[in-house]
Design a protein around this ligand. Structure first.
Ligand code: TXA
Ligand code: MG
Length: 318
């Protein structure tokens, strides 16, 4: 088994109904043929994911997408043209060639064209689209490099396609439509503002602690095993809890150096895009250090900061 840069290894494995980890600009995906029931089963099994949680279809062009969906509403087409290839997932009415096991019985299929040269090339070499959830066991942190995928699955996943660190670092933004009005089911690498700039006013499905209304809105997602807390002030928390082994994720340099504290700076320049690239990997690294807790302050509620806040909020649910 291996982490490989050789796309033909992935093509061969996928043609044989095997699974392959693929790099995308958001997170790594656990991919299989969308037209192979056996491969679809294996995805759910390997992730230990409930089969009621549907999969995103990945392909390489709008022309291809039209083979799998009945139509693309005008607002969706505007978004597709603005953001594909890119971290946008559209919920569209599926054609009958898409198996119900992909959509968990829904008449809507989630589709996206990922913006990653390796995976676009792979998709162009296949006769079928790929279904790919994030390549993590259910409820764990999504992987943003090949090594994390290997740590999670080891020999159970023989082919991991190397694609460096995921540039965006958080999942795609999922958008559905009610009468041509965009409904944002998952905030992600494209900000709500950017979606609205192209497609007009949207409705955002809020993240709620108690209620799970839609697939993809499961609150227990992206969680480290270590206790994860959103705090008002990282500095205050550290000073008030000197007996604890603390992992602190910060935006900018932490002006304190205590022996019990491990600091990872998500972006020296406090840049939200850079913080997004680094967030999951940093959470994962701290999670492996046997700390008492991981702390972080809310991100500024602007642009992609809202999506990052959604993720850290979910990570803090127990
Ligand atoms: O950035 C991404 O979207 C990554 C990369 C690999 O493309 N994929 C990803 O997949 O995040 P996954 O399975 O971890 O999350 C997809 C979410 C799920 O929460 C699922 O419930 C929702 O999309 N979803 C998929 N198909 C859907 C459908 N037909 N209707 C409603 N929600 C759907
Ligand atoms: Mg996921």
């Amino acid at each position: 088994f291996m982490i490989t840069s050789n796309i033909s290894n992935a093509v061969n494995a996928l043609n044989q109904g095997e699974l392959v980890a693929i790099p995308t600009e958001t997170v790594y995906g656990l991919a299989g043929s969308a037209f192979n029931e056996h491969a679809i089963d294996k995805i759910f099994q390997l992730k230990n994911r409930p089969t009621c949680n549907p999969l995103i279809l990945h392909t390489h062009s709008i022309e291809e997408v039209l083979k799998f969906v009945q139509y693309i509403p005008p607002a969706a087409m505007k978004l597709a043209e603005a953001f594909w290839p890119g971290p946008l997932t559209l919920l569209l009415p599926k054609k009958s060639n898409i198996p119900n096991s992909v959509t968990s019985g829904s008449h809507l299929v989630a589709v996206r064209i990922p913006n990653h040269a390796v995976t676009l090339s792979l998709l162009q070499q296949l006769d079928f689209p790929l279904v790919a959830p994030s390549a993590n066991p259910y409820t764990r942190i999504s992987p943003t490099n090949a090594k994390m995928v290997d740590d999670y699955f080891g020999e159970a996943l023989p082919v991991i396609l190397e694609g460096d660190i995921c540039a965006k670092g958080i999942e795609s933004t999922i958008v559905g439509f009610h009468a041509n009005i965009p409904v944002i089911y998952r905030q992600g690498a494209i900000s709500v503002d950017a979606i609205e700039f192209i497609a007009g006013k949207s409705k955002v499905q809020a993240t709620k602690k108690e209620k799970v209304t839609t697939p993809g809105m499961s609150p227990m997602h992206y969680a480290p095993k270590t206790k994860f807390c959103i705090v008002d002030s990282v500095l205050d928390f550290i000073y008030e809890n000197r007996d604890l082994k603390i992992g602190a994720l910060t935006l900018g340099k932490l002006e304190v150096n205590l022996p019990n504290t491990t600091n990872i700076n998500l972006s020296i320049a406090a840049d939200l895009e850079e913080a997004s690239t680094n967030l999951y990997k940093s959470m994962y690294d701290l999670d492996g250090m046997g700390l008492d807790c991981i702390i972080i302050e809310q991100f500024p509620e602007i642009g992609i900061g809202k999506s990052l806040n959604d993720r850290i909020l979910r990570a803090s649910f127990r």
